[in-house]
Design a protein around this ligand. Structure first.
Ligand SMILES: Nc1nc2c(ncn2[C@@H]2O[C@H](COP(=O)(O)OP(=O)(O)O)[C@@H](O)[C@H]2O)c(=O)[nH]1
Ligand SMILES: [Mg+2]
Ligand SMILES: [Zn+2]
Length: 308
């Protein structure tokens, strides 16, 4: 019996890291599938597993998935009621954003952050491509950076092209398992290659028409970095999903809104236009950033009453 961690899952095969940086392809023992709960994948990237080595085929058979510390679900298609585990046992999630090429909308950032809050996984922002920023973009960067750090989200400025601040981001990842997310084209794959040149992963050229990168791969994959860190790439995955947040819960995941909401006159206040709403007052005074409040309103307007 060996113990390992799942680096990649492609349907029924799993690439597992074990021992002294050895990898082996494993499949699942038939009986294990039955234990599967309401997800389409019983084993996910980041899962700690027990397996037996079949010396004839030099492959492994997974016999047990050890308890998960946490996990994040993947946004599944609207048609399917099943959800998929994107990754398990994560210490922190990074959202990589860019001010231009492509521009990351604030609402996109906030949707990511509230999902991370719902999963109770610490979230941090990496603002990449600073080499491209002129005066306007730099001003916007500074605004976002001060807005998010004030709320408590650590921000890292990065230029992978000019290799600035690489060490600061590495240090933040050292000794941990990090998931990195972000719109395609922001530089996630470039970061992985910069951090571990042996990887030689394919990066996408920005397509001129959509100003967005093209998707290349679709399976999440965990990479071991030479500085004692695991980083999970989530290519082509636009966001976490399937956190069933009721409308009356959404504000719980906007940290600063939640904090202030305790002073609202009504304890079922949704901070829309109720009298005595402390949140609206805080937005008017500038204590809560208008952009964050706007994200909140947009998410509240979501069609089916559930945020996905
Ligand atoms: N100017 C500039 N371009 C970058 C930077 N980082 C990545 N890129 C480019 O952005 C494009 C998309 O990068 P990629 O890593 O494939 O993005 P991903 O879709 O998030 O994995 C590639 O052409 C990269 O060379 C950066 O810091 N500055
Ligand atoms: Mg990529
Ligand atoms: Zn209120």
């Amino acid at each position: 019996m060996e113990k390992g961690v799942v680096l990649k899952s492609t349907g029924s095969r799993y690439r597992v890291l074990y021992g002294d940086r050895k990898t082996i392809v494993c499949s699942i023992k038939g009986k294990l599938r039955i234990k599967e709960f309401r997800t389409t994948n019983p084993i996910a990237v980041g899962d700690n597993i027990l397996f037996e080595i079949d010396s004839n085929t030099n492959s492994g058979i997974i016999t047990e998935v050890l308890d998960r510390r946490n996990y994040i679900l993947r946004k599944s298609s609207n048609l399917s009621r099943h959800s998929q585990i994107l990754a398990a046992n994560i210490d922190q999630v990074f959202l990589m954003i860019t001010i231009i090429l492509p521009e990351t909308p604030v609402e996109f950032i906030d949707r990511f952050l509230i999902s991370a809050e719902a999963y109770r996984v610490p979230a941090k922002l990496i603002i990449n491509k600073t080499d491209l920023y002129g005066e306007d973009e730099s001003a916007k960067l500074e605004y976002l950076e001060s807005m998010y750090s004030k709320i408590g989200y650590e921000c890292f400025r990065l230029s992978l092209k000019e290799q600035t601040n690489l060490d600061i981001v590495k240090n933040a990842m050292r000794g941990k398992t990090s998931l990195i997310s972000g719109n395609s084209g922001v530089g996630k794959t470039t970061l992985l290659n910069a951090f571990n040149p042996l990887l030689r992963l394919k990066t996408a050229e920005i397509s001129g028409y959509h100003k967005q990168g093209k998707h290349i791969t679709t399976f999440p994959e965990m990479h071991l970095m030479p500085f004692d860190a695991f980083v999970i790439d989530t290519p082509g995955i636009r966001g976490f999903g399937v956190v069933d947040m009721g409308k009356n819960e959404i504000y719980h995941f906007f940290r600063e809104i939640f904090r202030v909401s305790k002073n609202c006159r009504f304890n079922n206040c949704l901070h829309l236009d109720e009298p005595g709403c402390a949140v609206r007052k805080a937005v008017e005074s500038g204590e809560i950033a208008y952009l964050r409040y706007k994200s909140y309103l947009n998410i509240m307007e979501g069609d089916d009453g559930k945020y996905r």
